[in-house]
Design a protein around this ligand. Sequence first.
Ligand SMILES: [Zn+2]
Length: 90
Amino acid sequence: MQNLSRIAAFLKELDQAEVLPSARMICNKRDVLFENYRQLVERLSESVIGLKAGQRTAAFEALYQESEQIRRECEQARSAVDAHRREHGC
Ligand SMILES: [Zn+2]
């Protein structure tokens, strides 16, 4: 019973550590990389909405190509965030 309450207290501490920004490691590089990724995701989202509305026209093809390009950039940006976090431990 005492063990259980100790575990519960430990879990609560972990939970608070996750929530409190001050307990999280501050890393400007990670924030810059993540913001770049976030902006690309936003552009991809807009582009996909455009595709949903479009028809199989020349404009659609151009938008499709653009979407594919943004999608590749998203993947690279996400990999950069993950790689930085692995290397830096932030
Ligand atoms: Zn970092």
